[in-house]
Design a protein around this ligand. Structure first.
Ligand SMILES: NC(=O)c1ccc[n+]([C@@H]2O[C@H](COP(=O)([O-])OP(=O)(O)OC[C@H]3O[C@@H](n4cnc5c(N)ncnc54)[C@H](O)[C@@H]3O)[C@@H](O)[C@H]2O)c1
Length: 260
């Protein structure tokens, strides 16, 4: 019989979690560490990376912190040179400027694309190169339900979230023979600093809860299971895929129940 009990075991694996200082990245780092990985907590805000790493170590697990701006290829290369080669990469940083397309300036467009699409590209390219040379690994990037469905004010963000999906699918196809798997996670609405603007407006917050089948927002801890699955051997046959963790948001086009 196969050993199913260790499918999710990350003992002896190195995980690089970029965006570990907040929200989904923070929970991903803690979860991977609890399952045995040594986690490099990376964030542009060094003190936030330090604080997550300290919390993990205080819990008896293994972590270190590094400052990293994923818009800077040189910094990414320096970090990869310093740390043990990652077996798993989790890339969470993203920004959303919620504005209608006709109101978007070139500078705002560049800000969103430079982090969400080009930043992800830079980080994934450099890490995938290291994984290819070191026997493989698992790359996990963050898309969104906005890769599929939009509303006014989400155009540029949605384009980046759709773009990262096709990019990692190409990467998955290009590097399968090197043992590198690449997948995306597409959350629905998750209570984190990224969505604080929405939380401050009860109508908006409630409308989003009602778009889900579960009628509520996710806690960031609820995304960690998908990260662990994709990072571990449990997903050894999963590559080029998108996992929706959206409370059912994208599976139905309305909440009307004719039998209610
Ligand atoms: N929160 C949601 O409702 C939601 C929904 C769908 C998709 N997502 C996606 O999930 C991902 C994570 O979202 P979150 O809510 O955890 O975000 P968050 O804002 O809570 O955390 C992002 C982290 O990334 C760091 N960061 C920002 N720029 C960086 C850079 N240049 N280099 C390195 N680190 C940088 C920030 O300091 C922060 O710690 C994002 O890509 C987001 O688009 C989130």
């Amino acid at each position: 019989m196969a050993d199913y009990k260790n499918l999710f075991d990350m003992t002896g694996r190195n995980a690089l979690v970029v965006g570990a200082g907040s929200g989904i990245g923070r929970c991903s780092a803690m979860c991977l560490a609890q399952f045995g990985a040594h986690v490099v907590c990376a964030d542009v805000r060094e003190e936030a990376a330090d604080s997550v790493s300290d919390e993990i170590r205080a819990h008896g697990e293994s972590a270190e912190a590094v400052a990293l701006d994923m818009r800077d290829t040189g910094q990414i290369q320096q970090v990869l040179d310093r740390i043990s080669p990652p077996d798993a990469l989790v890339s969470t940083p993203g920004v959303n400027i919620r504005k209608k397309l006709l109101d978007y300036t070139d500078e705002e467009y560049d800000r969103v694309v430079d982090l969400n699409l080009k930043g992800t590209f830079r980080l994934v390219r450099e890490t995938a190169r290291s994984m290819s040379e070191n026997g493989g690994g698992s790359i996990i990037v963050f898309s969104s339900i906005r890769s599929q469905v939009v509303e006014p004010g989400q155009g540029v963000y949605a384009a980046t979230k759709s773009g990262v999906v096709l990019m990692i699918r190409a990467l998955a196809a290009e590097l399968a023979d090197k043992g590198v798997r690449a997948n995306a996670i597409a959350p629905g609405v998750v209570d984190t600093p990224l969505t604080a603007q929405i939380k401050r407006q009860p109508d908006w917050y409630g409308a989003y809860a009602d778009k889900t089948m579960l009628r509520r927002w996710a806690k960031p801890e609820e995304i960690a299971g998908a990260v662990l699955y994709l990072a571990s051997d449990a997903s050894s046959y999963t590559t080029g895929s998108v996992m929706f963790v959206d409370g059912g948001w994208t599976a139905a086009d309305g909440r009307f129940d004719p039998f209610a």
